[in-house]
Design a protein around this ligand. Structure first.
Ligand code: NAD
Ligand code: TYD
Length: 350
C-alpha cells in the first residue's frame, strides 16, 4: 500500500510515546508509523499490543546514539517527518547517572537531526517535531506561569539535557532552515507510566501496603495533564502548528504533591474497599531531592487560542481512571518492575 506520509516516532514504546503511536496508527491509516525504540527499562512493547498487527505500523529496535544505524535507517526509509520522544526521562536517575541523559537526550537528538538534514534533499513538506518538557524553564516561585518566552533555566541534569536538545533543534531551524516544531509539556499521568514516577509509584505502594515516600515537606507544585490530552495536543500541533514555533502544553491544573497524594489515597481506599484514611497512614516524609524545583506551571494560552486545544479530563476523574488501570493491570506492573517484558520482545521479534 502507498502511504501518504511515513512518520518516524522515537520512544514509541515508552509512556507518552505509546499513547501517541496508538493515536496516529488508529487515526491515520493512510500514514505509515515507524516506532523506533531501544526498549530500555522504560520501554515496553506490551504497551502497544492493540496496534502491533496494524498494516500501517512497524517497530524497529535501535538506539538513537548509534549514529551509523540511524543514518542508514533514514537513507532506507525516507521518512517525511519525525516526532522525537525517545529520552531518559526520570529526574532522580539523572542525578545518579547524568551521562546516560547527555548521551540519549543530547547526542541522540543530534544524530536524528543530522540524519534528517542529510537525507531530506528538500525540506518541502518535511517536519522534525521535538517533544520536550516545561522543566527547561526552571523553577517558579509562588506565582507566575511559564510562557513560550520564559528564558531557559534548567536545574537538573534531566532538564539541562532536554534544554540542550531544544536549543539544538532551534539551531537547526535557524542555521539550516530545517522545518522544526517544539512542544514543552507539564507532568503527564495515566496508564503505562513506569512506576518510578510519582503517581504510579504511589499507586503500586498503596496496593502493596508499602510506605509512600514524599520528598521534603511535600509542598512542591506540579501541573498535571492526562497523557491522552498530551498526545492529542501533539497530533494537533503536528498538523496545524507553524514551522519554527514552540507550543507550551499544560493542564491548568496545579497540585502540591502532598495534596495530590492525599487525593489519590482517598480514591485508592475506595477502590480497594479499605476504610477511609487507611492509605494516608502509609505517607512517609523522606530526604528531599537535591535541587528540587519548587513549582512548575504552564500558560498554554497560545495553543488554546491559536489551535483551539484544551484538556478534556479533570484530575479527579483522571486519577480514578489511572488508579483503576493499574489495579486492573497487575500483570503489566509485575512484568515491568521485574524486567520480564524483555521476554515479550524476544517472543515477538526473535
Ligand atoms: P519514558 O521514559 O516513559 O519513555 C522513553 C522511551 O524512550 C522508552 O520507550 C525508552 O526505551 C526510549 N529510549 C530511551 N533511550 C533511548 C535511546 N537511546 N534510543 C532509543 N530509544 C530510547 O518517557 P515519557 O515519560 O514517555 O517521555 C517521553 C518524552 O516526553 C521525553 O522526551 C520526555 O522528556 C518528554 N516529556 C515527558 C513528560 C512526562 O511527564 N513524562 C512531560 C513532558 C515531556
Ligand atoms: P516525578 O514524577 O519524578 O516528576 P518530575 O520530577 O519530573 O516533576 O515527581 C513529581 C513530583 O513528586 C516532584 O516534585 C518530586 C515528587 N516525588 C516525591 O515526593 N516522591 C517520590 O517518590 C517521587 C518519585 C517524586
Amino acid at each position: 500500500m502507498d502511504f501518504k506520509k511515513k512518520i518516524l516516532i522515537t520512544g514509541g514504546a515508552g509512556f507518552i510515546g505509546s499513547h501517541l503511536v496508538r493515536l496516529f496508527v488508529k487515526k491515520h491509516p493512510d500514514y505509515q508509523i515507524v516506532n523506533l525504540d531501544k526498549l530500555t527499562y522504560a520501554g515496553n512493547l506490551e504497551n502497544l499490543k492493540d496496534v502491533e498487527q496494524a498494516p500501517n505500523y512497524k517497530f524497529v529496535r535501535a538506539d538513537i546514539t548509534d549514529k551509523a544505524f540511524i543514518d542508514e535507517l533514514f537513507q532506507i526509509e525516507k521518512f517525511d517527518a519525525v516526532i522525537h520522544l525517545a529520552a531518559e526521562s526520570h529526574v532522580d536517575r539523572s542525578i545518579t547517572s547524568p551521562m546516560d541523559f547527555i548521551m540519549t537526550n543530547i547526542v541522540g537528538t543530534v544524530n536524528l537531526l543530522n540524519a534528517a538534514r542529510h537525507t531530506w534533499e528538500s525540506f518541502d513538506g518535511k517536519l522534525f517535531f521535538h517533544v520536550s518538557t516545561d522543566e527547561v524553564y526552571g523553577s517558579l516561585g509562588e506565582t507566575g506561569l511559564f510562557t513560550e518566552e520564559t528564558p531557559y533555566d534548567p536545574r537538573s541534569p534531566y532538564s539541562a539535557s532536554k534544554a540542550s536538545s531544544d536549543h539544538l533543534v532551534r539551531a537547526y531551524f535557524h542555521t539550516y532552515g530545517m522545518p522544526v516544531m517544539i512542544s514543552n509539556c507539564s507532568n503527564n499521568y495515566g496508564p503505562y507510566q513506569f512506576p518510578e514516577k510519582l503517581l504510579p509509584l504511589m499507586i503500586n505502594n498503596i496496593k502493596n501496603n508499602k510506605p509512600l515516600p514524599i520528598y521534603g515537606d511535600g509542598k512542591y507544585t506540579r501541573d498535571w495533564l492526562w497523557v491522552e490530552d498530551h498526545a492529542a495536543a501533539i497530533e494537533l500541533i503536528f498538523h496545524e502548528g507553524q514551522i519554527g514555533e514552540t507550543y507550551n502544553i499544560g493542564g491548568n491544573n496545579e497540585w502540591q504533591n502532598i495534596d495530590l497524594v492525599h487525593k489519590l489515597c482517598e480514591i485508592m481506599d475506595r477502590l480497594l474497599g479499605r476504610s477511609e484514611g487507611t492509605s494516608k497512614q502509609l505517607i512517609t516524609f523522606v530526604k528531599d531531592r537535591p535541587g528540587h524545583d519548587l513549582r512548575y506551571a504552564i500558560d498554554a494560552s497560545k495553543l488554546q487560542n491559536e489551535l483551539n486545544w484544551s484538556p478534556t479530563l479533570q484530575t479527579e476523574e483522571g486519577l480514578e481512571k489511572t488508579a483503576k488501570w493499574y489495579l486492573d493491570n497487575e500483570d503489566w506492573l509485575e512484568r515491568v518492575t521485574s524486567g520480564a517484558y524483555q521476554d515479550y520482545y524476544k517472543e515477538m521479534y526473535g
